[in-house]
Ligand binder design. Sequence first.
Ligand code: SAH
Length: 217
Amino acid sequence: MPNETLRHKGLRNKLVKELAAKGITDSKVLEAMNNVPRHLFMNQSLDPVIAYMDTAMDIGRMQTISRPFTVAFQTQLLDIGKKESVLEVGTGSGYQTAVLSYMKANVYTIERQQELFLSAKSLLHTLGYKAKCFFADGYQGLSAFAPFDRILVTCGAPQIPDALIQQLKVGGTMVIPIGEKQQTMYKIIKKSENSFEKLNFGDCKFVPMVEEKEIHF
Ligand code: SAH
């Protein structure tokens, strides 16, 4: 792996202990985060100590790499099994994608900003993560690959997008922050084609999920 030292491993291990102390209990999530090199998904000139602090960071194009606790918390809520198909909306840096791929999920990820899509796709492939990356609008989902066992939205949506709930398997789970300026984290369980259960997991803050019509390249 490029630019990976014992120091990075040590910092990662410390971060994972911190996440466990903050209430992350899923050992598969902790193991993935103990292995995925977060520093490679951020500006390489940053001090690695900063890359392994529990904070969100700017990744350019007004977007952020989510705070490690948020990645861990959303992944834990998803409760994924091996080989399950997971749709992620908001590839961003690709870090969350790498965590899901490390857990052997079959990951499809969508990003609407071309620069972020290209850099995340290339980095994920260089590092050997098998996720499939798409430059598209998350509001539409990916009907060609639906239905998905799990859907993870990593940007704040004003409401549950219709296409996404339709593309979720019956019995499947979606984790999504809902709200405009401030969001509430929800776990949605699809009970039947026409009904779902909505569980509230508290306040959170994400960059907005933007509709295709607003894209300016
Ligand atoms: N999972 C990311 C978090 C990125 S922040 C990580 O680990 O780094 C959220 C991302 O959602 C941003 O990159 C933003 O460009 C993207 N986004 C916002 N609206 C979107 C949409 N409609 N479709 C796809 N991606 C979107």
